[in-house]
Design a protein. Structure first.
Length: 165
């Protein structure tokens, strides 16, 4: 599978809001915090297209040279919307936000390929990356594999940080 990041556009917000509702539902229900309208509204309220990418995945891209890289940088169109991710600048680094993969795309190395690319960008700029993840979310294991450590936690969220590497 190859993956490509396309800059998000304002018209992507509803697709991303729906994906967020699907991806977060089980964790939010487990935590007693699921609100179908609120989960979508929160995404809409915080969506900034200029800091967000749409994740596109396919077995092959038209226009690519056939390289077997998991991360494709070519201009061909992907077969399918696979998710989204944001890397928002902050005074002390970046915040990794809105990292959602469609359930059928999870567990296939796609999240790792996206994190590898985004963290390489942050490392080149010497910037710290922070994020928060819901308590009990399996995504926490992915972040820990990429060097994120717990900064603080409460009953709902875990805040994590990764220094440039």
């Amino acid at each position: 599978m190859t993956v490509r990041l396309r800059p998000a556009r304002p018209e992507d917000v509803e697709t991303i809001a729906e994906l967020r509702a699907v991806v977060l539902r089980a964790d939010l229900e487990r935590l007693g915090r699921y609100d179908p309208a609120g989960v979508r509204r929160r995404l809409r309220d915080g969506f900034v297209a200029e800091h967000t990418w749409v994740i596109l995945a396919a077995d092959a891209f038209e226009g690519c040279d056939g390289e077997a890289d998991a991360f494709a940088g070519c201009d061909g169109e992907a077969d399918a919307f696979a998710g989204c991710v944001a890397l928002r600048p902050a005074a002390d680094g970046h915040w990794l936000e809105h990292f959602y993969l469609a359930p059928e795309r999870q567990g296939r190395g796609l999240g790792g390929a996206v994190l590898t690319e985004l963290l390489a960008r942050a490392d080149r700029s010497g910037r710290t990356v922070r994020l928060n993840v819901l308590q009990g979310s399996p995504a926490r294991r992915l972040y820990e594999r990429f060097g994120f450590t717990v900064e603080r936690a409460d009953a709902v969220d875990v805040w994590m940080v990764r220094q440039p590497g």
